[in-house]
Design a protein around this ligand. Structure first.
Ligand code: BYC
Length: 346
């Protein structure tokens, strides 16, 4: 039986600079398959098929980009939060999203792809970010709807990713999910306050839920029969459930929560199906999803323009950090920073 140790040895040999000789490749592949089948984690120095690596870079990069682009719609309301308490909570949440982006870019770096390259692909439209962040935040209630629905959908999608076969991604997800739970609760609590407030506040909460419901369902990706990557990603245990399975789980979670909030979900076809033990729900407008992915959503252009500008305006911070690390490395040749700078220069 190919054990994790054998698998790791195979990986170490490869990364010691020796490409797999003919014949060895099969042994590496068998050891990798056995490790995945045994629910063992694949670690950065392990041998892995190039397609597995590319799929992880694609998904993790898209996920990281979503976290940092996702800061924009909510940051739009920081200066207009209705109280100091709400402002402090929202600032903490937006900072958490930046932190999630950092863990995820670091996870992608363990696969040999640098952050600069990934950001360049985001800025030039060669990598995606979640469709959900191309919608505008029109009122304060949108902050609540994002927390309840968008972070709720994210948790439903990401809890199974804590068991992803790739170690660094799975471990990053554990902390991300804990923070997302807090985000979801704050959104729910914000909407509850509005729902129980004046008639105008209640109407504002309902309007936000009406606008965010369908885009939240689209976050889970295309239907299973149109999902290009699901079958392979599930075989590799990167994804543990299909897009439709997770979407259904999310709908079933939201229905009773909407009732407790005193709000309705904007779907006349939504009803409990006794036979399936799940809710039936109406058809999703996939043409809207495709348009948003093509760059034609209400805010696509604004999001990328703002992100690119923030990146350019932050150039001096990156230069200052590099200069500081270089100076440190000259002064303390044995320090950790020095070793890292040396490694980067090598
Ligand atoms: N939006 O074969 P499929 C957050 C693309 S942020 C855009 O099913 P896969 C938060 C897909 O990439 C949470 N594109 O793909 C932050 C593929 O195109 P490419 C973000 C989408 O990868 C701040 C094509 O469609 N979460 O929580 O098997 C504030 C075919 O799809 C979308 C993650 O990123 C979409 N919605 O499954 C608040 C989770 N859906 O790449 C909250 C990690 C699909 O071939 N990602 N596409 O050009 C995943 O779990 C999976 O990548 C997906 C898609 C389920 C999203």
């Amino acid at each position: 039986m190919a054990t994790a140790a054998a698998h790791r040895t195979a990986g170490t040999q490869r990364y010691d600079g020796r490409e797999a000789a003919e014949g060895e490749q099969d042994a590496y592949q068998r050891a990798f398959d056995a490790a995945v089948a045994a629910d063992e984690r694949i670690e950065p120095r392990d041998w892995m098929p190039e397609a597995y690596r590319a799929t992880l870079v694609r998904q993790i990069a898209q996920h990281a980009h979503s976290e940092i682009i996702g800061m924009q719609p909510e940051a739009n309301w920081i200066t207009r939060a209705p109280s100091l308490r709400r402002k402090a909570i929202l600032m903490a949440k937006v900072q958490d999203e930046a932190g999630h982006g950092l863990y995820l870019y670091s996870a992608a770096e363990t696969l040999g792809t640098g952050r600069e390259e990934l950001l360049d692909k985001l800025h030039t439209g060669r990598q995606k970010y979640s469709s959900i962040f191309n919608y505008p935040t029109l009122t304060w209630a949108d902050v609540g709807a994002i927390g309840w629905l968008v972070d709720g959908a994210a948790i439903t999608n990401q809890v199974p990713l804590c068991r992803c076969s790739y170690g660094p991604y799975a471990r990053a997800m554990v902390r991300v999910c804990k923070e997302e739970s807090f985000h979801q609760r704050q959104g729910y609590e914000l909407l509850l306050a509005l729902s129980r407030g004046t008639p105008e506040q209640h109407a504002m909460a309902q309007d936000a839920v009406d606008r965010w419901w369908w885009p939240s369902l689209m976050m889970f990706g295309p239907p299973d029969d149109e999902s290009a990557h699901s079958a392979q990603s599930m075989a590799w245990k990167i994804k543990r459930h299909s897009n439709d399975e997770l979407r259904q789980r999310f709908v079933d979670i939201c229905v009773p929560q909407a009732e407790s909030l005193g709000l309705t979900l904007p779907d006349p076809d939504l009803k409990w199906n006794e036979d399936r033990g799940q809710h039936d729900f109406g058809a999703i407008d996939w043409s809207e999803f495709k348009e948003v992915l093509k760059g034609n959503g209400p805010c696509n252009e604004q999001r990328i323009t703002q992100r690119t500008r923030a990146h350019e305006e932050g150039a001096w911070v990156r230069e200052a950090a590099a200069a500081h690390a270089a100076k440190h490395s000259r002064e303390n040749p044995e320090s950790r920073e020095s070793r890292e700078t040396g490694a980067q220069q090598a």
